[in-house]
Write a protein that binds this ligand. Structure first.
Ligand code: ADP
Ligand code: MG
Ligand code: MG
Length: 207
């Protein structure tokens, strides 16, 4: 999938944009079931602004994405994704040669991103939000060892399992908290979006 591409934050940005574009319709349907249907478009707005920003400033792709989401994306996901991508960008910007950030830096970035999301969004794991994908992925990273070849792939699998399991959770935060049992059986779109971010990272850095 990533053949011929320089690995690095810009490649993650491009690949994540491609993935979200491909799943835009089902992701929109999920957010229509539990909210207002704008989640995929919010992501694509942020990703488009991120790309413009990279091309104008030459900065790290994920650092640019953090700023773009904070500056240009409304809704709940805009600021929360902005906080996460900004922390991740700190780790990738320290690796200009395109190598995967070292495991401690990656783990720290995601742990700080998750803490910022909890602080601002006031949600806990189990509330049916993006934290239900992010928290198990952070745990997987923190349990990985420096010698592991594919910690991001392991983290992606944990995030996917966490996102899938949100189908059984009642929404406690955001718009999903207004629709109650109506969402049971379908997963939280924000959790799917975060799981796909780990998929994009794993594809780029651990092909
Ligand atoms: P909005 O509901 O404002 O339209 P989006 O559609 O952009 O927001 O994003 C919806 C996603 O945001 C949800 O699927 C959920 O994962 C996440 N979310 C909602 N509220 C919170 C919160 N308080 N903390 C963390 N994530 C949240
Ligand atoms: Mg929405
Ligand atoms: Mg909205």
């Amino acid at each position: 999938l990533m053949a011929g591409r320089m690995p690095g934050a810009r490649a993650v940005l491009d690949h994540y944009t491609q993935i979200i574009t491909q799943v835009r319709t089902p992701l929109t349907t999920l957010d229509q079931q539990s909210g207002d249907g704008d989640f995929a478009d919010n992501l694509l707005t942020g990703l488009r602004h991120a790309l413009t920003r990279v091309e104008e400033t030459g900065e790290d792709g994920l650092t640019a994405a953090g700023a773009a989401f904070l500056d240009h994306v409304g809704g709940t996901s805009g600021p929360l994704y902005g906080l996460l991508l900004d922390r991740l960008g700190t780790a990738t910007a320290a690796c200009p040669d395109g190598h995967r950030p070292a495991l401690p830096a990656l783990t720290k970035a995601f742990a700080e991103g998750a803490a910022a999301i909890r602080r601002v969004g006031e949600a806990q794991p189990g509330d049916r939000t993006m934290l239900d994908a992010l928290t198990p992925a952070v745990r997987a990273l923190s349990l990985a060892r420096e010698s592991d070849d594919s910690p991001l792939t392991t983290a992606a699998l944990a995030a996917i399992a966490g996102a899938r399991d949100t189908a059984a959770l009642l929404g406690k935060r955001g718009r999903a908290s207004y629709v109650g049992a109506h969402t049971l059986g379908s997963p939280d779109p924000g959790a799917i979006g975060v799981a796909l971010l780990f998929v994009a990272l794993a594809d780029v850095y651990e092909p």
